[in-house]
Design a protein around this ligand. Sequence first.
Ligand code: NA7
Length: 557
Amino acid sequence: MSAVQSISGKGHAANAETYDVVVVGAGFAGMYMLHRLRGLGLSVRVFEQGGDVGGTWYWNRYPGARCDVESMQYSYSFSDELQQEWDWSERYAPQPEILKYANHVADRFKLRPDIQLDTRVDRAAFDESANIWSVTTSDGKTVTAKFVVLATGCLSNAKVPEIKGLSDFKGKVYHTGHWPHEPVDFAWLRVGVIGTGSSAIQSVPVIAAQAKHLTVFQRTANFSIPARNTALTPEERDSSRSNYPEIRRIAREEMRNGIVQELPDRGALDDGANARRAKYEARWAYGGLTFMGVYNNLVLDKAANDTAADFVREKIAEIVSNPQTAKLLQPDNHPIGSKRICVDTDYYATFNRPNVTLVDIRSNPIEEITSNAVRTVGRDHEVDALVLATGFDAMTGSVAKIDICGRDGQTLNQKWAEGPKTYLGLMSAGFPNLFIITGPGSPSVLSNMIVSIEQHVDWIADCVAYMRDRGLEVMEASKEAEDKWVAHVNEVAHSTLYPQANSWYMGANIPGKPQIFMPYIGGVGAYRQICNNVAAKGYEGFAMAAAEQVQKMAVSS
Ligand code: NA7
């Protein structure tokens, strides 16, 4: 039974299918959104560009791909049966297992009948006279819906670099974010990997073990912490499962990044050199993203940050035998943690292998790619296959690919031309009834994504139910609330060291993209509280309309 009975369909093709909600994307966000909306009795259509569910885990199937958040925490919490029955095999789940989990969720909750695969959403246009969205897909069809939810993912628009001659290369070219579904065999091949972000750091050790020779082209060295990945024992799984209510609560409410960890009670300079070193050693031995949680001021105070950065640089020098290679691998142009810290298995040690070469393309840039080589100034590096580990047009790229037209004919791309503007990351003024999951202006990529996805989905579902119960038709972020939020996001970001790096958080990896710090850095706990307070005050900062009546809500301060 449809909750929004008043859809008129006025002005639209008589035969257009009509839904209460269209969801774009069937990754973890889109699947849970579908589940929640169906639970409200709404009619929902999910369009997914890929050939199956799973989103980022469907596309990112490069060798060595795995989550950098521990499995027992990178999982849905909305169903206790689900979290009790699923067995994660390793501390950090490999991509095939996460994809299997996504498929299990789709089957277990019978989501598939409402998901249309292999279908890209090309256009969404809001009809102001009917208060309805028309959504046009790559199969040439148009459907209408009261609400549209963009569950398009933050890291799903793979970025192919504009390097001269790339199309002339005779060998195979792969992008880590768009990896083939068939097995790729690098045995006996000379392989080149361009890029040294998280995807390269995970794949380089695996490719090096297969390839005849591997050449890694590095523009910016990155900080990486050993994962210390290992099989999970039944006891470890049971321990998490029996404590899940508390683990999930702490992740949501008390942690900045949605990952349960011991919270530091002091800054790096409050300890003497020996005590500090002992703490860094302990976290290095423990492994993983929580390294940045040793002290409470590592992303706030450059002097504090330097102590952690120096420690990791020393570790790199200890691991890598060739001093020149070690020096190149030591990051020197950004504070540690200001780019997403990487988590690896044997990355630095891979450069001790006789079949691996590191090429510094910062001081000696790639000039072009020829039919069989990557040409840097004065040298051809011959390769048989190329792996582009060059990242994504993050956070906004997938949204920008859809032609989204809001009030007064304005497109979202026009509105965001100087950087994304949202209220709470959830809505953008001028685009009524259009929600974004983990969009710019929310903690999103700075957090355990599943924690942030569940929070947004629950908030959106509750909001739609609130509107239904009150006969409200249209909801829209107010310009004033949005401006204040954008200023707040910016202010919080600039009180940290994050903006000092040319990161994809800033849009700095895409030529011409406005450089604005996109995610909200205030922490998932504080952010959740803000969103809850907004809802408790009748969706403060949003305008809501019932029939012809528009209630202008007070603007959040
Ligand atoms: P990232 O982290 O954006 O890394 C991309 C890498 O590719 C990075 O080293 C870039 O160097 C390099 N790059 C990008 N364009 C070029 C060109 N044109 N020439 C040479 N090198 C280039 O993407 P990942 O896929 O590794 O990881 C993304 C996130 O996914 C990660 O943070 C995790 O959250 C999961 P640069 O730093 O720009 O000098």
